[in-house]
Design a protein around this ligand. Structure first.
Ligand code: PLP
Length: 244
């Protein structure tokens, strides 16, 4: 891999500076801001330099990929924390509960039921964020805004510890209004944390109260494109779709 240790350390230091500045501007301590290094598609050789540079919190978006990568890394480094930031199928709930420490993508009642069952079976409670489909995008995961209060109530009933709300604003749109809306919803529900902001918009997210930012590209560099069918006439539509 191309990411050597000094380079990873430099990227991490730059990001930490940016987080510090945003924390000061919003009168917070940088210690209250959780940087999740999103390592999806990155092999262990790319992750290790960041661990050696001091990063301990990582995020992945696929259960299977994480099962292949993280048990060995966790064995080597006992103080890592792993967040699931991607869509979760109900039939993978038990696997997710076994592997992850925090789930950011609780977005529907059927998944809530599966997670509660898996947590009961495992004898542990995983803190969760409720993912909100903040831009009302049909193809995107996340709970519809109107259904969020009911999902929060159901999570509280099922004894699932809720940290806050998570969102991914629509691509190619100014993200600030979406971040502000998520912050307002969390405030109204008495939820303390906001998982919002990626490489391209984390500073905006921090200005609007993000407590958990999910950063991949700014730490690891561009991800290799995942091969998938490209419709001949659809190039413009997928050009800015988030890489998987
Ligand atoms: C990939 C991904 C990120 C990180 O995106 P970057 O633009 O590479 O920082 C954050 N959140 C989710 C849900 C993701 O899938």
């Amino acid at each position: 891999m191309t990411t050597d240790i000094p380079e990873a350390a430099a990227r991490l230091a730059t990001l930490r500076d940016q987080i510090d500045r945003a924390a000061r501007l919003t009168q917070r301590s940088a210690d209250d801001i959780n940087l999740i290094a999103v390592s999806k598609t990155q092999p262990a050789e790319a992750i290790l330099p960041l661990i050696h540079a001091g990063q301990r919190v990582f995020g992945e978006n696929r259960v299977q990929e994480s099962q292949d990568k993280w048990p060995a890394l966790r064995e080597q480094f006992s103080d890592l924390t792993l967040h699931l930031v991607g869509q979760l199928q109900s039939n993978k709930a038990a696997d997710a509960v076994a592997l992850f420490d925090v789930i950011h993508s609780l977005d529907r009642l059927s998944l809530l039921t599966a997670l509660a069952k898996a947590m009961d079976a495992a004898g542990k409670r995983l803190p969760c964020f409720i993912q909100v489909n903040i831009g009302a995008e049909e193809q995107k995961g996340g709970c519809p805004i109107a259904d969020v209060p009911a999902l929060i109530a159901a999570a509280r009933d099922a004894d699932i510890p809720l940290l806050g709300l998570m969102c991914v604003p629509p691509a190619d749109m100014e993200p600030a209004p979406y971040f502000a809306l998520l912050a307002k919803m969390a405030r109204e529900e008495g939820l303390p944390r906001l998982s919002m902001g990626m490489s391209g918009d984390f500073e905006t997210a921090l200005m609007l109260g993000a407590t958990d930012i999910r950063v991949g590209t700014a730490l690891f560099g561009e991800r290799a494109p995942v091969s998938r069918p490209v419709p001949r006439s659809g190039l413009g539509m997928i050009k800015n779709a988030p890489a998987r």
